[in-house]
Write a protein that binds this ligand. Structure first.
Ligand SMILES: Nc1nc2c(c(=O)[nH]1)N[C@H]1C(S)=C(S)[C@@H](COP(=O)(O)OP(=O)(O)OC[C@H]3O[C@@H](n4cnc5c(=O)[nH]c(N)nc54)[C@H](O)[C@@H]3O)O[C@H]1N2
Ligand SMILES: Nc1nc2c(c(=O)[nH]1)N[C@H]1C(S)=C(S)[C@@H](COP(=O)(O)OP(=O)(O)OC[C@H]3O[C@@H](n4cnc5c(=O)[nH]c(N)nc54)[C@H](O)[C@@H]3O)O[C@H]1N2
Ligand code: SF4
Ligand SMILES: [Mo]
Length: 661
């Protein structure tokens, strides 16, 4: 029996493999034997007809790919990197990479190429939460665990659809509900998760800052805040209190789009709940005010002292299996390594550790900036930016202009493949081993379950081959992922609050390691939490007479993003269609649309075809299209949050029509 871990979502369920079947690991703390359809069918994704099995090259993106040898591909890539100015090189990584992959790519680019242009699809996902955690509690640190829900009285899910996106955690929520947990869901859609809620708040898209501000204002006005905590452990209380005096509650309430009675019902539940957890995901992060939304939410925990206490806290639900591990390594352009930044002292420490003097002291380009930066070389690994970046028409135009694009993928049917000059075949989940950190700091090892396909390599090995070819062999002579993990773990000693160095690679195969369990205090310089006064500035694209709908986008339970893996695991197709558009019956009537009709949804930027699904589960003048429609981002706008540079995927102005062009 081999123990491993699921490679899909941030819950990170433990698995057991007996040479034939894959089942949930009963002894694993996170899932206790439970798995969802994606996890249980991951075996079916290893040997598929759509695997990329050989390196491929072509002169231009308008000619056909030809099979190439690894030697010639690596030679060409290293030449191109050698000849490009370092600021014209970009590495576009993924929260689905293993920690070892991240470590090698980050060390190679930041330490030896001398560019900090290393960013990841986590920019489109968790960047707002990262910035907000740093501002409010002092570090990108999740201060509680999923199983805290069993000690909580109230769980608020804001812009998070756990029933489809964190399925096994949702199962645990159901279990905790039986033991008395109350659940509130805040979402413009009556989602699968909302069906389980004691109170459902059908918030107007973008109403969250007002909702949480209103809650904070009431907490202050009714003196429900924790006076001792606020006095001794929190900054900016008076400022916040004074600012709130000037904003009328009625204005906030109006912007939430909910009626007073519902808010009062919620508030009664809130005030009688001793232990409270607020969890959130893309409904808050993906926004032109994503950081502010996070801060407004975290404020409520700082005011009430409901943080660093069992059963309490702001719980960011990371989406990808190792987005956390990537952040721990430092795989964002806005950090250097092991949560350290670009200050002189950090550069000195990291430089000494890596034995290099090439580290640049400026933050690099984010994933959302790379396309527009006239790069000369772009290396994309384990992600599909053409599919996932907003305003696809623009992304395509910009990527076409990059003279040399390398795509490292395990499957051949990505949307970005059409823009690549070289494609390198990676070994996917099941054919490789390595470490990942789930959403609540649990570090576990993925095991190799079957032999690696002949011409495929683990992602870290591909980056190492390039580094060696470029003459950095001394710093890149790792024989296996264990050696890499051990170097990374040792490096975490450079950061006083990171205790990953206590984890042992060999033990991880049997027992997960949870880092940061001793941290019970804010990680800011003065050890105090920071309150921030934030206001809803209504920065999203506004709907208009021409584009009267707000488009929401998101997940369905059994599919994973672009679906290179889940579309082939055919057992998964039955749950929900890949391409539908939820529309309210009143709107359908107004536009003469009937159930199942083929419709066009258009924004200023593009148009896509989809099929009407008429439902009262969505607010009027709001549409929902799942991201399993691979063309979704022809519609979305490319507004970014000013601090996190995360896109505002969820709030684009669109129109619908029955006429298909
Ligand atoms: N099955 C499956 N699971 C996945 C993934 C997958 O592809 N498939 N992907 C993983 C990844 S990478 C991620 S990031 C997570 C995402 O996890 P979630 O964020 O839980 O998933 P989404 O479906 O994007 O849900 C976002 C919710 O926010 C709501 N929303 C939109 N606008 C607003 C708003 O203004 N306010 C509020 N309060 N809510 C709003 C939407 O209606 C939607 O229900 O899922 C992870 N899990
Ligand atoms: N409109 C809209 N757009 C969104 C979102 C949204 O909610 N709405 N969500 C955003 C978010 S949160 C995210 S996380 C992104 C996700 O967007 P992507 O990361 O682009 O989506 P995936 O389909 O998960 O892409 C993973 C790629 O890695 C490949 N792959 C699989 N295994 C391996 C491997 O072992 N090695 C290598 N090298 N490659 C492998 C897969 O074939 C696939 O092409 O989308 C973002 N875009
Ligand atoms: S809940 Fe997430 S980690 Fe668990 S089996 Fe499903 S996809 Fe995998
Ligand atoms: Mo994500």
């Amino acid at each position: 029996m081999i123990k491993s871990v699921c490679g899909y979502c941030g819950v990170g369920c433990g698995l057991e493999y007996d040479k034939e079947t894959l089942i949930g690991d009963i002894a694993y703390p996170t899932n206790q034997g439970k798995v969802c359809a994606k996890g249980v069918s991951e075996l079916n994704t290893i040997q598929t007809a759509s695997r990329l099995l050989r390196p491929q090259m072509r002169e231009s993106i308008y000619s056909d790919f030809k099979t190439a040898s690894w030697e010639s591909a690596i030679e060409l890539i290293s030449q191109k990197l050698q000849n490009a100015p370092k600021e014209k090189i970009g590495l576009y990584l993924s929260g689905q990479l293993l920690t070892e992959d991240y470590y090698i790519a980050n060390k190679f680019a930041k330490g030896f190429l001398g560019t900090n242009n290393v960013d990841t699809n986590s920019r489109t996902c968790m960047a707002s939460a990262v910035v907000a955690y740093k501002k409010s509690i002092g570090a990108d640190f999740v201060p509680l665990r999923m199983d805290d829900i069993f000690s909580a009285n109230l769980l608020i899910l804001a812009g998070a659809n756990t029933a489809e996106a964190h399925v096994v955690f949702h199962n645990q929520i159901k279990k905790a509900k039986k033991e008395g947990l109350k659940v509130v869901v805040i979402d413009p859609r009556y989602t699968e998760s909302a069906k389980l809620a004691d109170i459902y708040i059908p918030i107007k898209p973008n109403g969250d800052i007002d909702f949480f501000n209103l809650l904070s204002k009431r907490i202050i006005d009714e003196e429900l805040y924790d006076k001792e905590f606020v006095t001794n452990r929190v900054n900016n209380f008076e400022l916040l209190k004074n600012k709130f005096k000037r904003v009328p509650a009625t204005k906030m309430l109006k912007r939430t789009g909910i009626d007073e009675e519902l808010f009062e019902e919620f508030f009664r539940l809130y005030r009688r709940s001793e232990n409270i957890i607020t969890a959130w995901t893309m409904g808050l992060n993906q926004s032109s005010q994503g950081v502010d939304k996070n801060l407004a939410l975290i404020n409520t925990h700082l005011l009430t002292g409901k943080i660093f206490k069992k059963g309490n806290g702001p719980l960011s639900l990371t989406g990808q299996p190792n987005a956390m591990g990537g952040r721990e390594v430092g795989g964002l352009s806005t950090m250097l390594a092991v949560h350290l930044g670009f200050d002189d002292e950090s550069i000195k420490k990291v430089g000494e550790f890596w034995k290099t003097d090439k580290i640049d002291n400026k933050a690099g380009l984010t994933a959302t900036q790379m396309m527009g930066a006239n790069l000369e070389v772009l290396i994309i690994c384990h992600t599909d930016p053409i599919y996932h970046l907003p305003n696809r028409t623009r992304t395509e135009e910009l990527m076409k202009k990059i003279p040399f694009v390398v795509e490292i993928n395990a499957y051949e049917d990505s949307e970005s493949a059409a823009f690549a000059h070289i494609r390198l075949p990676a070994a996917p989940w099941g054919e490789k081993e390595g470490v990942q950190t789930n959403l609540d700091r649990t570090i576990t090892k993925q095991e190799k379950l079957t032999r690696t396909s002949i011409d495929c390599k683990p992602d870290w090995e591909i980056f190492q081959l390039i580094a060696q070819k470029m003459g950095f062999g001394e710093a890149f002579h790792f024989k296996n992922s264990q050696e890499i993990f051990e170097e990374f773990a040792a490096m975490t000693k450079l950061n006083p609050y990171m205790d990953i160095h206590k984890a042992s690679y060999n033990l991880l195969a049997r027992k997960p390691f949870i880092w940061g369990e001793e941290i019970k205090d804010f990680l800011t310089a003065d050890k105090k939490g920071n309150l921030y006064f934030v206001e809803n500035k209504l920065l999203s694209e506004k709907s208009s007479l021409e584009y009267p709908f707000v488009l929401l986008t998101g997940r369905t339970r059994d599919q994973w993003h672009s679906g290179t893996k889940t579309r082939v695991a055919s057992v998964l197709m039955k749950y929900k269609e890949l391409n539908f558009c939820e529309i309210h019956p009143d709107d359908a009537r107004e536009f003469g649309i009937e159930e199942g009709d083929e419709i066009a949804v258009s924004s200023k930027r593009g148009s896509i075809k989809t099929f009407a699904k008429i439902t009262k589960d969505i607010r009027p003048k709001t549409l929902f299209i799942p991201i399993t429609n691979r063309e979704i981002n022809y519609l979305t706008n490319d507004l970014l949050d000013r601090e996190s540079l995360e896109p505002d995927y969820n709030h684009s102005a669109v129109k619908i029509s029955k006429e298909i062009l």
